[in-house]
Design a protein around this ligand. Structure first.
Ligand SMILES: Cc1cc2nc3c(=O)[nH]c(=O)nc-3n(C[C@H](O)[C@H](O)[C@H](O)COP(=O)(O)O)c2cc1C
Length: 171
């Protein structure tokens, strides 16, 4: 999605946010209600790094929201991708979609472009669907902003988990 269509979507969601609308009833929960401890810890560390890089403290809810809101402006990017899945599909097919999106992101890098996968679009999925007009029976899986990274934007290095934490070798 690009041009007038994307401008319309950004405007529509921007208006909803300005009106205090916190989102649509979720079609897909972004996370389990109770996140296992090791993942909750990683999310917390990621948040501290991302928000800390732009000078927003952990307890500054309004500040964090100001940063988060940039998701729905695609961080200023001029192109967005919305990945819909047939609603009958099960976790293995969602895995297919993830692999597809990763391939798209790698091919974008090859062209010198940058991208950011965005589960955040799910929060306003009705507006996305109003503008994107997918066929009936499809559910928004993930959005993605596409453009050129701003070299002046603070980009904290996101640490990777230790290999031994995520891989078990058996021989
Ligand atoms: C499925 C998926 C959904 C994501 N959703 C969002 C999002 O809604 N907003 C956002 O800013 N980043 C989102 N991210 C990007 C992550 O924040 C990003 O991958 C992480 O910061 C690590 O960045 P790096 O791989 O460049 O180090 C998402 C990533 C994935 C894989």
């Amino acid at each position: 999605m690009t041009g007038a269509k994307l401008a319309e979507l950004k405007y529509l969601v921007g208006q909803r946010i300005a009106d205090g609308d916190t989102g649509d009833p979720p079609q897909v929960l972004p996370y389990p209600q109770v996140l296992p401890e090791q993942y909750a810890r990683r999310i917390e560390e990621l948040g501290a790094l991302r928000y800390g890089a732009v000078g927003v403290a952990r307890e500054d809810y309004a500040g964090r929201e100001r940063v988060r809101v940039r998701n729905w402006d695609c961080f200023g990017a001029p192109v967005a991708l919305f990945c819909y899945l047939n609603e009958q599909m099960l976790p293995p097919q969602w895995l297919d979609a993830g692999m597809f999106l990763q391939t798209v992101m790698l091919l974008l890098r090859k062209e010198g472009l940058d991208s950011c996968a965005q589960i955040a679009w799910g929060r306003y999925h009705r507006s996305v669907t109003e503008i994107a007009e997918p066929p009936p029976g499809y559910v928004l899986g993930c959005g993605m902003s596409i453009g050129y990274a701003d070299p002046d934007e603070p980009r904290p290095a996101i640490p990777r988990a230790e290999l031994a934490e995520v891989v078990t070798f058996r021989s």
